[in-house]
Design a protein around this ligand. Structure first.
Ligand SMILES: [Zn+2]
Ligand SMILES: [Zn+2]
Length: 256
């Protein structure tokens, strides 16, 4: 008997635009006069640069944390393991720092971009590709009823997590812990930066969800659009993993 069922959607940002996987720049820096340009590209366009070591041997992750929230350590450990398993990076570093809460919830997509632009300090360098992760309290303005946004990947090397929404999703009975939901969200959104599914990393087999851009149609896959935590994660002792078809796609685009 199901007492409490919540449908939680992990959304790709609505301004997800480009599925282009062709790179006409050899190191991600499109404009030599703008050192930030290589980090201001559409979602999915740096999939190969994040997965392979061809242009960048290192990955530097900067986490900017709203001073009203905190980051789960175990979710970060899971993320690091996930990145080591799927990429060919020699060094992966994760640095965290606190930022003053913008207190503008609910957040629009353009507000997220401007918060990044005001707070991001790490950009691509010669051999290191940089990723920005924003942790905010409050919600996305796309939330409606029980359909809530836990996180969004919104640029080629940028994603946001809505920690208050994640905390609330972990409250009802029969749901996984907050840190498991946070961990799943982090990996799911990072996998969008890797170009899954078919948004910069071409799908090698037909497993694209026809109803949800950027998602997988394999039940239990990390990249499924909706995860019904009340029943879908019961029996799982850990966060969902990528299914073999998603892993195959990453391997075909330079991943491990
Ligand atoms: Zn998604
Ligand atoms: Zn999948």
């Amino acid at each position: 008997m199901r007492l409490n069922t919540i449908i939680i959607y992990l959304f790709v940002g609505v301004f997800l635009m480009s599925c282009s996987s062709d790179s006409d720049n050899d190191n991600g820096n499109v404009d030599p006069n703008n050192p930030k340009a290589g980090n201001q590209l559409p979602l999915g366009s740096s999939a190969n640069d994040l997965l392979s070591d061809q242009n960048f041997s290192n990955l530097a992750i900067e986490i900017a944390v709203d001073d009203n929230v905190s980051v789960s350590n175990s979710a970060l450990i899971d993320l690091e393991e996930f990145l080591e398993a799927r990429t060919f990076k020699t060094n992966i570093t994760i640095t965290q720092r606190t930022i003053e809460s913008p207190e503008m919830s609910p957040y629009s997509n353009s507000e997220i971009v401007s918060i990044e632009d005001n707070n991001r300090t790490l950009y691509n360098t010669e051999d290191t590709i940089a990723v920005f992760i924003l942790y905010l309290s409050g919600q996305s303005e796309n939330d409606e009823g029980n359909s809530v946004t836990l996180g969004t990947a919104y640029r080629n090397t940028s994603l946001v997590l809505y920690k208050e929404t994640i905390d609330n999703a972990g409250q009802p009975l029969n749901t996984p812990s907050v840190s498991e939901i946070e961990s799943a969200t982090l990996q799911h959104e990072f996998a969008h930066l890797f170009g899954l599914v078919d948004i910069g990393t071409e799908a090698q087999t037909p497993h694209v969800d026809p109803d949800s851009q950027g998602h997988c149609n394999v039940e239990d896959c990390l990249m499924i659009a909706s995860i019904e935590f009340a029943s879908g994660m019961i029996g799982m002792n850990s966060v969902p993993s990528l299914d073999p078809q998603c892993i195959n796609d990453l391997q075909a685009n330079g991943g491990r």
